[in-house]
Design a protein around this ligand. Structure first.
Ligand code: PHE
Length: 341
């Protein structure tokens, strides 16, 4: 057998093996236990010593050569496999990253947070209460008895369940029932001063550019032995200056009526920017708490007096950013919302 021919055969067979498994099969044909070279080496024994050495050297040379061809092919196949993988799993590191934007705080929630911060800093507690209320807390305790015409000021969503008086439960139309809840709870555990704000969701059958069926209010209540209407003006004006970060505000307290305050005022503020510039917007009801309501807190109105206010958080936000339509807050349009983050 011509060794050069054998080497050429091996080279051809290894080259034709397309993957590692078939290459190992081909290897067996030449270098395996019954492979061509092994057979040749076995036959060496039959030769005379002189020839044995010479033939042995040649066969071993051929064996080295075939092993080298095998290793080269192994490496080539491994490289090809790696290259195929690298191509298939290629990552273009020059592509821009896939943006994952951070969520932002809704502008009305931002106002909510600011209001809490400001009132906390002047000693107000912050309270939270239920959105489904009893008729008594929402109306009657606030000097708004059944069948009183003032009830029609607030168009109400009723719930089918009844309270313990057999009256319908309702979605609170304002945060003012929190005056009653907080004050009555407070009175059980101690005496005034009562100094609290209660921000939260409120509901009315109402929908236009400045009204939404669900909206947010923040109630404020300060009751002690000597809290006057002047304190209301002072505290509220100071709050507005801090909320809007300017002393240069156009604000007016306009005489008004609420069953639960006497005297009462609506607080209006003028837009200083945006499409509504120069127009007035009502931001809050307010007043000196009515003696009947103080009595319903469980306190003696001859001894305790104070003020309450209930402000619209959407309204404050509209004024802060010069927004003309409050419905924008609830449409979920990111082009609108992104402007605030
Ligand atoms: N609750 C009133 C409203 O929603 C606002 C208000 C609160 C008025 C407290 C006076 C005192 O219209």
């Amino acid at each position: 057998m011509n060794l050069d021919e054998l080497i050429a055969q091996a080279e051809q067979a290894f080259g034709a093996a397309a993957d590692a498994a078939s290459l190992e099969n081909e290897k067996a044909k030449f270098l395996g236990k019954t492979g061509a070279l092994t057979e040749l080496l076995k036959d060496l024994g039959k030769l005379p010593p002189e020839e044995k050495r010479e033939q042995g050297g040649k066969i071993n040379g051929a064996k080295d050569r075939i092993e080298a061809l095998l290793n080269a092919r192994r490496q080539a196949l491994a490289d090809a496999q790696m290259n195929a993988r690298l191509n298939a799993e290629a990552i273009d590191v020059s592509l821009p990253g896939r943006g994952r934007s951070r969520g932002g705080i809704h502008p009305v929630m931002r106002s909510w947070q600011r209001v809490e911060e400001i009132f906390r800093s002047i000693g107000f507690d912050v309270a939270d209460g239920p959105e489904i209320e009893t008729d008594w807390n929402n109306f009657t305790a606030l000097n708004n008895p059944l069948n009183h015409p003032a009830r029609s000021m607030q168009d109400t969503f009723y719930v089918e369940d009844k309270d313990s008086d057999g009256l319908p439960l309702l979605l609170r139309t304002h945060t003012s029932p929190m005056q009653v809840r907080y004050a009555r709870h407070h009175v059980k555990h101690g005496q005034p001063p009562i100094k609290v704000i209660a921000p939260g969701r409120t509901y009315r059958v109402d929908s236009d550019a400045t009204h939404s069926p669900m909206f947010h209010q923040v109630e404020g209540l300060w009751i002690a032995e000597d809290i006057s209407f002047a304190d209301l003006k002072g505290v509220y004006t100071d709050f507005l200056k801090r909320f809007f970060e300017t002393d240069n505000l156009q604000v007016r307290f306009r005489p008004s009526f609420f069953p639960f305050t006497e005297p009462s005022a609506e607080i209006d503020m003028a837009f200083t920017s945006g499409p509504m510039k120069g127009r007035w917007l009502e931001i809050s009801g307010s007043g000196q708490v009515h003696p009947t309501v103080v009595r319903n807190y469980g306190l003696d109105p001859e001894k305790y007096i104070g003020f309450a206010f209930g402000s619209g958080l959407e309204r404050l936000t509209m004024l802060r950013y010069g927004i003309s339509d409050l419905r924008l807050f609830y449409e979920g349009d990111l082009r609108f919302l992104k402007q605030f983050n």
